[in-house]
Design a protein around this ligand. Structure first.
Ligand code: IMP
Ligand code: MG
Length: 184
């Protein structure tokens, strides 16, 4: 294996199986996504809602390429029960207190895996009289069996592997990698 990441001290000694997305590839795609979002919302109030914690880097890069007025807020969701097996029971620890009625809502997620978190959020947000709801995901594994709402904006179709970096963690490690990697 060659490459600068071999000696990356951020990896805690873990070996990289492969780099899924390099920093420059992510930057180029995020810039395009910003332009897609700008074009998709010609009018109306747009609230960009980042799902914490995984979306924090993606969201902060993305919003700087959205060239129209927006507001930004966050949603914090937690699953009940065993953290490794998604139980499908999701509750909101934090949701915006502002009025959502009449606004376009763009939910920003790091990666769509089973889709359970998103399905619950779509259900909850759908009850608040909003003008529109769309999902923007940096990565989509395409393994979810029933998504209530397919993401309208997707950065990359991701391999069905456990990925870290650019916001994605493994037990809270590796979120700050500037690239996205699959670890051994
Ligand atoms: P879902 O509800 O199964 O779609 O899970 C979505 C959440 O699980 C994401 O927001 C991530 O926080 C986490 N997740 C799913 N796949 C991965 C992965 O490959 N690496 C890191 N986190 C992941
Ligand atoms: Mg996580």
């Amino acid at each position: 294996m060659t490459g600068a990441w071999v000696d990356d001290p951020r990896l805690l000694g873990r070996a990289v199986r492969h780099i899924a997305y390099e920093e420059h590839e992510i930057a180029a795609r995020v810039r395009e996504m910003g332009a897609e979002i700008t074009a998709a919302y010609p009018d109306g109030e747009l609230l960009v809602l980042g799902l914490l914690k995984g979306s924090f880097i993606f969201l902060s890069d993305l919003v700087r390429h959205v060239e129209r007025p927006i507001h930004v807020d966050f949603v914090v969701a937690a699953s009940y029960g065993d953290a490794t097996v998604s139980s499908g029971l999701v509750r909101l620890l934090y949701a915006p207190e502002m009025e959502l009625a009449g606004k376009h809502i763009l939910l920003v997620e790091d990666i769509v895996d089973s889709g359970r978190t998103l399905n619950r959020l779509v259900e909850l947000l759908g009850e608040r009289g909003i003008r529109s709801l769309e999902i923007c995901a940096l990565l989509h594994k395409h393994v979810a069996d029933s998504l209530r709402l397919e993401p309208k904006f997707v950065g990359f179709d991701a391999p069905n592997e456990f990925l870290v970096g650019y916001g994605l963690d493994h037990a809270e490690d590796f979120r700050h990698l500037p690239y996205i990697a699959s670890l051994e």
